[in-house]
Design a protein around this ligand. Sequence first.
Ligand SMILES: Cc1cc2nc3c(=O)[nH]c(=O)nc-3n(C[C@H](O)[C@H](O)[C@H](O)COP(=O)(O)O)c2cc1C
Length: 300
Amino acid sequence: MLNLEVAGMYLRNPIILASGFLGISQAIFERIYDEGAGAVVSKSISRYPMEGYRNPTIVVLENKSYINAVGLSNPGYEAFSEEIKTNDKVPLIVSLVGSDPSDFEIMTRKLDGSGIIGFEINLSCPHVQKLGLEVGDDPQMVKSIVETTKSNTTKPVFVKVGVGSTNVLDISQAALNAGADGITAINTIRAMKISIDNFNPILSNKVGGLSGPSIKPIAIRCVYELWKKFKVPIFGCGGVSNWEDAVEFMIAGAASFQVGTAIGFGGMSVFNSISNGIVKYMERKGYQSVKELIGRSHKY
Ligand SMILES: Cc1cc2nc3c(=O)[nH]c(=O)nc-3n(C[C@H](O)[C@H](O)[C@H](O)COP(=O)(O)O)c2cc1C
């Protein structure tokens, strides 16, 4: 009932761990899969190891949302490929971040042969200079990066877009024209929290990325517009906390959806509770396959 194929990736269910949560060890990936996720996206991996920002890197907001500026800390692609070299169990999508096409060429070549099901290119981290949105707001750079990545792998390549200074639809158009197999929408949105006691911005980086329920309506709007315009595979992302959110993303046009911040508040049981909720909803509505939900709101 919940299994589906998305851009050549066969998933037992549409619930995917979003990039940047729960670490990047093979043991954690297996645990997340055992807890019920249909697939896992790794933390964004870069060509060289990155340390990230000093604390504080996360602010917790009242409504179960975060503002984070962790800073893409990761061990680099060589150490990461060692970490996952024995993976034959977890449907793993590797998130890549870089500043020019050569970074992506080197990383894709190395990781392509490992037991992964696809790539997600992070063109949308809103708080790291020379990476993420600074690259993703430049359609020409997006085109070169996607073309280079595609020419070095036969695996599906998703491009993760964010709400930057360039329209989500324009960046997605550039990515799709260059051969991307699908779009992940959206990344966190630039945001701040300032102390009214000592007047300091709370994050060490001052500006971070907003995630969780606060961004869900914006993410839904992006997915809706993307599906309406392109009818391509979309991973919806941003504020999925329960099965109702998940269904809303799918009827907006998402083929699957990613869950991140909600794990910080509800733990890993969120994967199974979302699956169970979707199954009951489908039974009530008389649907046989979760695919029947994709884009359903566009009929009205
Ligand atoms: C602490 C933290 C770290 C993140 N790291 C990454 C990352 O490395 N790469 C990436 O593409 N997105 C990263 N994200 C963004 C998430 O993958 C996701 O797009 C965003 O949080 C919205 O989904 P959510 O509301 O379910 O958390 C991070 C988010 C948080 C809160």
